[in-house]
Design a protein around this ligand. Structure first.
Ligand code: CS2
Length: 493
């Protein structure tokens, strides 16, 4: 089969949406770090729909580690397809927004040079939680991180996201160029604010004047990003290839839903992403909190408990009535009361829509995929909610089961004694703690709660927290996940 590319674009069957602008006229105004499926199914799609109105916003897509995406998309001239499906219907669309592809470690200096290009007005990031080189419980820079140590001495050849941001800004400052706006698009609370703190802290390691200049001149709008974009499978490739009549080496398969709420705080030019459905608002925080705690909190709960119940995908986990019921109850009874009011916003409808999205049979969203990097995800997804509830003297039964599910998961073996492949930046530490404690709730709970980078220092000292986690974990070990989920659901009512 021929490859999807600018040359073969005219051969696509009718019904497949193609770029509605002259690609040759597009210039690059955005450098995006982290060229994963999420970016290609979210921001790049919003940008694609903007290009016919404003050709200045082509994206140079940068992978920070592996060359795989570049190798897949370069022969396609940066084109790829996005299939959005709810199980009943599907829409396929070709995205042409990527005007360039780069692999940062191959030539970090060349990337810095691009960041000093005056046409670049936005530097955006989807580098996942662990890409921020921070301590997830406190948001502080991990100054002992090997990449941060390296980069603070080698700003001309950076490895980390923070150093690319700072290195590019340093060049622009030296050359008297307008700086770019830094747009964080990861699932972190107050992501722009958090990134700003980290960038300034890192810049302070290199050059105090530069840190002060960044403090005064650079904007870091926060954003709430939402679209469920599972990792692409070979079955997706085969299905998309058959539909396009052309081979797409890295298609995106996602849901129809998409949301992007952006804090309206840009220095200079701002892409009019609102023409393609994004919302610019004064304060993103309430949207972020709602999304992180309801969607991502539920996702992680489904991931750990679902995985332990042998559910390969989120949709399979949602077909387990007790688990789906527990998650729904948790969202309504335990999470929603911790959220700030969003004037006129119907949270009940939002929750119902989320449950529907989780049930989407077209998405083969693996529980094991969401389960990864739990040490970086738990604080903003579950622990913040728990802290807020404990401060108000409210019960945390279902949330505690979710956290216990994570501990059970990182203990390393599933309920049939099979090893669980742990993917987490703290994997070695988690495994060592789990091995030393053994599968005994009264030992494993305090061992893991001692991880201050995950739990902070306050929560583990709260006896209500430790008791709730230990009880739930003991049930998981003694009775198994299926029975524990059903019993907890009943008991919490
Ligand atoms: C998921 C998210 O992998 C995960 O941890 O919870 O990627 C989720 O699909 C997105 O945040 C949805 O917007």
């Amino acid at each position: 089969m021929d490859r999807l590319s600018p040359a073969t674009l005219p051969r696509l069957p009718a019904g497949i949406i193609k770029p509605d602008y002259d690609r040759a006229a597009i210039t690059t105004g955005i450098v995006h770090l982290g060229l994963g499926a999420f970016h290609r199914g979210h921001q790049a799609v919003y940008t694609d729909a903007l290009l016919k109105h404003d050709p200045r916003w082509g994206i140079l897509g940068v992978s920070l580690r592996s060359p795989d995406t570049r190798d897949a998309l370069a022969p396609q001239g940066g084109l790829y397809s996005v299939t959005a499906s709810d199980g009943a219907g599907r829409q396929r669309r070709i995205i042409g927004a990527l005007t360039g592809l780069a692999v940062a470690p191959e030539d970090p200096a060349a990337l810095l040079a691009r960041l000093a290009d005056p046409a670049i007005r936005i530097l955006s990031t989807t580098v996942t939680e662990k890409g921020y080189s921070h301590d997830p419980a406190t948001g502080a820079l991990r100054v002992d991180d090997p990449d941060i140590l390296h980069d603070s001495l080698n700003l001309g050849h950076p490895r980390s996201t923070l150093a690319f941001i700072v290195g590019g800004l340093q060049l622009r400052r030296q050359r008297g160029l307008q700086p770019y706006t830094v747009l964080a698009c990861d699932n972190l609370p107050a992501n722009g604010h958090t990134l700003r703190g980290l960038v300034i802290a890192f810049a302070g390691l290199v050059d105090r004047d530069l840190a002060a200049w960044i403090t005064d001149n650079i904007r870091f709008p926060s954003t709430m990003v939402d679209r469920i974009v599972p990792a692409t499978t070979d079955a997706d490739r085969a299905d998309v290839g058959a539909a396009l009549g052309l081979d797409d080496a890295w298609p995106i398969v996602t849901e129809p839903f998409s949301q992007w709420v952006i804090e309206d705080d840009f220095a200079g030019a701002r892409p009019a992403w609102d023409v393609s459905g994004a919302q610019f608002v004064r304060d993103v925080a309430p949207f972020e909190l709602m999304k992180l705690r309801l969607l991502n909190g539920a996702h992680s709960t489904i991931a750990y408990l679902g995985y332990l119940m042998d559910c390969e995908t989120v949709a399979a986990a949602m077909a387990e009535p007790e688990l789906a019921g527990l998650v729904e109850d948790m969202m309504r009874e335990e999470v929603t009361p911790t959220l700030p009011a969003l004037g006129g916003f119907d949270v009940a409808a939002y929750r119902a829509a989320l449950l529907q999205r989780f049930r989407n049979p077209a998405l083969k969203h693996k529980t094991a995929q969401i389960a990864m990097d739990g040490s970086q995800k738990l604080p903003q997804r579950l622990l913040g909610t728990i802290g807020d509830r404990l401060a108000r003297g409210l019960p945390i039964t279902r949330l505690a089961l979710a956290v216990a599910g994570w501990i059970r998961y990182v203990s390393g073996t599933d309920e049939r004694g099979q090893p669980i492949a742990l993917r987490d930046p703290l994997a070695a530490q988690l495994r060592a703690l789990a091995d030393e404690a053994g599968p005994v709730a009264s030992r494993l709970t305090p061992a893991l709660l001692s991880l201050t980078s995950v739990f902070g220092s306050e929560l583990p000292r709260d006896p209500r927290f430790e008791f709730a986690i230990e009880t739930a974990l003991d049930d998981l070990f003694q009775k198994g996940t299926r029975a524990t989920v059903a019993e907890t659901r009943r008991a919490a009512r």
